[in-house]
Design a protein around this ligand. Sequence first.
Ligand code: PEP
Ligand code: MN
Length: 339
Amino acid sequence: MIIVMKDDATQEQISKVEERLIDLGFKTHPITGDVKTVIGAIGDKRLLKTHGISLMPGVEDMIPIMKPYKLAGKELQKTPSVINIGNITIGGDEIIVMAGPCAIESEKQYLETAFIVKEAGAKILRGGAFKPRSSPYAFQGLEEDGLKIMYEARQATGLPIVTEVVDTRDVDLVASYTDIIQIGARNMQNFKLLTECGATKKPILLKRGLCATIEEWLMAAEYIMAEGNKDIILCERGIRTYETATRNTLDISAVAVSKELTHLPVIIDPSHSGGSWKYVSSLSKAGIAAGADGLIIEVHTDPTNAMCDGPQSLTPSDFRRLMNELVRVSEAVDRKLPL
Ligand code: PEP
Ligand code: MN
């Protein structure tokens, strides 16, 4: 429910309404505009009637929220969310490219790649220390040693880092190293993990589940936001369809649809969607043209010997070439991609 306060409502009246809502067990999200204040109230709406909230001084109206994703949706917030990470903003004019290998394999490999992608114009370093592999026998990541290597690369390059957490027990550990916590496609509906990540103050990169509808994806964002963490970057990374020519099917329409439904920034993962380095360029360009706020791209110095996702990783030279091409695509849609 949205509680709309009168134009001349005093701060005391607004605070009293909020206090009453909190006493009734609601989570409150006040938004103060130039003229009015509205309070988003999430909880059992029947209590609002029985406790006469609409009769409290200063209250003008109560409007039910139709969408189940109240915080992620546009009913409470129409303006796009801009997420600040150091001196980088996601969701503003600039297209942000995150790049790096699928997994951290060694200090040498990661640092070398980190400097290469930085020089090519990437603004955030990616890398997996905890890998959610389909096979229990496949490389599972260097875990905390991998996080330490990423942190070293962060200090050496000055770029923020994004890495995945797969287990609730590791959330604090991962949060202590990383600038952005990634929740992978396979965990998009791991509600405990969403809640734990929501309790951190770190921005969250939320990948769309392999078989998730856009509404389910936004509800996953809602889980995080309900804990008070509003800094969420949505990531479309391809969904399962009947098509087998690509690893997943990049749902480019998800960019347009989510831009209509949510104020959260949306990025595209052209690597896990296409599943081949050959498609990364087209899918990246399509993503930016469709209105995405950024990309997350896998880059490896030796893709044939990569421990994870080599076939979809770009070589440094292909990445550099792509970044140059993306500058023009960004300009064509009135965005900037400074290299
Ligand atoms: C990844 O980014 O390395 C990854 C595992 O992605 P996804 O969760 O989209 O499969
Ligand atoms: Mn990968």
